[in-house]
Design a protein around this ligand. Structure first.
Ligand SMILES: Nc1nc2c(c(=O)[nH]1)N[C@H]1C(S)=C(S)[C@@H](COP(=O)(O)O)O[C@H]1N2
Ligand SMILES: [Mo]
Length: 257
């Protein structure tokens, strides 16, 4: 499935459609009503343009433009026992769980992920803190994995649960890093689960064994150390309810660039 315009335009269409369905010629002659239609039409075009923009590719760079030293940020080596155990055996028993609102829950090894449809891209990572680095990423296309898991129609967001506790002072259990994206970004062709960076196995400081690249958004959306993916209908029950570790602490949930 590719996330078509339908899901996006359903809301606009429903409103506009019900107006049309009144189908009264007298109404069409009424200038207030035609004014409403014009506004609705303009709004629909606006929504359409927004969809097109969201599907556009992020800029890609040449190998010569790659940063000599790609900065690392946030957690650079999770101290969590479960992660350290996986690291000690070089992720041999690592399994990416894909569950929640799916017909077919999955548990994928790194070999499975490497065998899945992939994409390679050289992109610029922009952190809200004001730095950028350009790097080359190779990973499994999230769209293909979600197609394999078969999203249920109620699924609206994809959540990435990470291995690292970034805020050890959080007593409400919201100290573990997580992030979420909507289905437009989940199905964007550049949205991948990267296992390789700059032609080498993804290093620990950059999120080994698997990290999200969601190239149309700022750095904090790019969850590192991804352990589990969950399809959900609402972000309410997660963390502090804002859909991500940093959004729970005041950052925008949608960090489009
Ligand atoms: N699990 C996890 N993912 C994370 C973070 C983190 O601390 N933990 N930091 C985020 C932030 S703010 C940025 S800028 C990028 C940094 O990725 P990098 O270390 O590969 O540069 O990871 C993001 N993803
Ligand atoms: Mo960041």
């Amino acid at each position: 499935m590719t996330l078509d315009r339908r899901r996006w335009l359903t809301a606009a269409g429903a409103t506009l459609g019900s107006l049309w369905l009144t189908g009264c010629d007298k109404l069409a002659m009424n200038s207030t009503f035609t004014g409403v239609l014009k506004v609705a039409e303009k709004w629909t075009r606006h929504a359409q343009r927004a969809v097109t923009d969201r599907n556009a590719l992020a800029r890609e760079f040449t190998p010569a433009e790659m940063s000599k030293d790609f900065k690392a940020n946030g957690t650079m080596r999770p101290g969590d026992a479960a992660y350290l155990a996986l690291l000690a055996e070089n992720f041999a028993s690592y399994r990416l769980a894909i569950g929640g609102l799916v017909e077919q829950p999955l548990a994928l090894s790194l070999a499975d992920l490497r065998a899945a449809p992939s994409r390679t891209q050289i992109t610029r990572h922009d952190c809200v803190e004001g730095w950028s680095s350009i790097g080359k990423w190779k990973g499994a296309r999230l769209s293909a994995l979600l197609d394999r898991a078969k999203l249920k129609p109620e699924a609206r967001y994809i959540v990435f649960h990470c291995a690292d506790t970034l805020d050890r002072s959080a007593t409400d259990g919201a100290g573990v890093y997580y992030e979420s994206i909507d289905l437009i970004d989940a199905y964007h062709p550049q949205t991948i689960l990267a296992y390789q960076m700059n032609d080498a196995t993804l290093p620990v400081r950059h999120g080994a064994p698997l990290r999200l690249r969601v190239e149309r958004q700022l750095g904090y959306k790019h969850a590192k150390y991804v352990m589990r993916i969950e399809a959900v209908a609402s972000l309410d029950g997660l963390g502090r309810g804002k859909g991500g570790f940093w959004p729970d602490r005041g950052y925008q949930w949608y960090a489009g660039i």
